[in-house]
Design a protein around this ligand. Sequence first.
Ligand SMILES: *Cc1c(COP(=O)(O)O)cnc(C)c1O
Length: 489
Amino acid sequence: MNFIETRGNDGIRPYNVSFSQAILSPIASFGGLYVPLKLPDLGQVFLEKHLGSSYKTMAMDMLLCFGIDIDKDVLYEALDLYDKFDDKNNPVPVVKVKENLYVSELYHGPTRAFKDMALQPFGLVLSSIAQKQKQNYLILAATSGDTGPAALETFKNRENVQVACLYPDGGTSDVQRLQMVTEDASNLKVIGIKGDFDDAQNALKSLLDSDTFKAKLKEDNISLSAANSVNFGRIIFQIIYHIHSYLELVRQGEAKMGEKVYLNVPSGNFGNALGGYYAMKMGLPVEKIIIASNENNVLTRLINDGKYDLRDSSVVSTTSPAMDILKSSNVERILFDMFGAQRTKELMTHLQENNCYALNSEELYTLQSVFSADYCNGDEGKVYIKEAFENGYLMDPHTATCFKANDTCAKKGIKTIAYSTAEWTKFSPTIANALTGEVDTQDIDALQSISKEANVVIPDMISALFSKEVRQNIIIDKEDIEKEILSFV
Ligand SMILES: *Cc1c(COP(=O)(O)O)cnc(C)c1O
């Protein structure tokens, strides 16, 4: 399987690349992204075949259908990492919450958020490619919370890979910060920045673009890479759980094989939703994909009005911070799939130059034939959290945005699979506030009060964080980042 470019080819880069190449250098001509030349057509035969399969067996078959240039042994080893999830036999439980609404829980991995679903296997695959090429990679990551811990966890002690992870000091939850600063592998470096997430992200971008920085790394035989969510090596593992979640409904006798369902996705950079879109194109019976956002509602506006407009927008901090994003990178792959490379380049250039673009009415019609969208503000989210809790389901604020979008977008009589992207332990102060009204609680207190209120156990990996030794205690000015990273490598 070859990969082509969303904005066409510049005559300098290869016209198409292999999966490994798309992983190692994810940025294509004109700043575009790599996409599969052709998606495998799985159809109902594949679904029937895997009704009785385990997650890993189905996943392996799907990966093989892609024909990627990764050894089978490596893929097996990568998928075995799902054995570390809470239930070895089912890493992604799907639970019925109420009539026609099911939640697919993507957070049962080591860092308790859905980033593990893709980053766990991705880390092993990337390290294996690096070893094969006898090349060392420095992975740079900037995080506002969930990507950092998941990236550190997956690359910890892996060969030929080092990770430098930047986070805004004071800009993450206690749990997220502790998950990072208590990591102690010698190939990991965690750096707190005096500034906000944008400062960390901008510092990362300028290092990724800096020829002098790359030249200095080359002297030590190190290449630069990123593990952000535009990497197709992450996307491919995000197609699998959509297929799995559908099969689970059929297995549980909740849906008939072939029955169309909604996929309802709390979205930021659109990797999760894109995985659902590809699954649909590969034959999964999907009625529509419902995109849930928070107050940073660019995606809602794009899908409802056809306009991607950042001119009067700036990121606002919300109670679902993993979705506090305005430039949602993976939307570009949808544009490419629907409207082709030439139009994608035109729209993305317009976005770069004017901070906006508009679809024509025909294009909007096409987009709306697949997607519906709504957003949920923090107060509404708390009401949904409380209501779900009173009906016996404990959920986090990201998941809550799906419940609102489901109320406004789903037609009666059609079942919905909503995706839960974080465990309650990761955003406990907001949940404690929703359940008991308590305000300004620290994570440690909020965890305990929810645990008592909901009669749930705090998982060991979370409670252990508070007594673990801090191994990474560097907090620096953004001007000093480059120096700090070079002294680490
Ligand atoms: C990353 C993340 C999201 C957004 O997922 P995308 O694939 O970027 O759209 C939603 N919720 C949580 C908890 C996340 O960590």
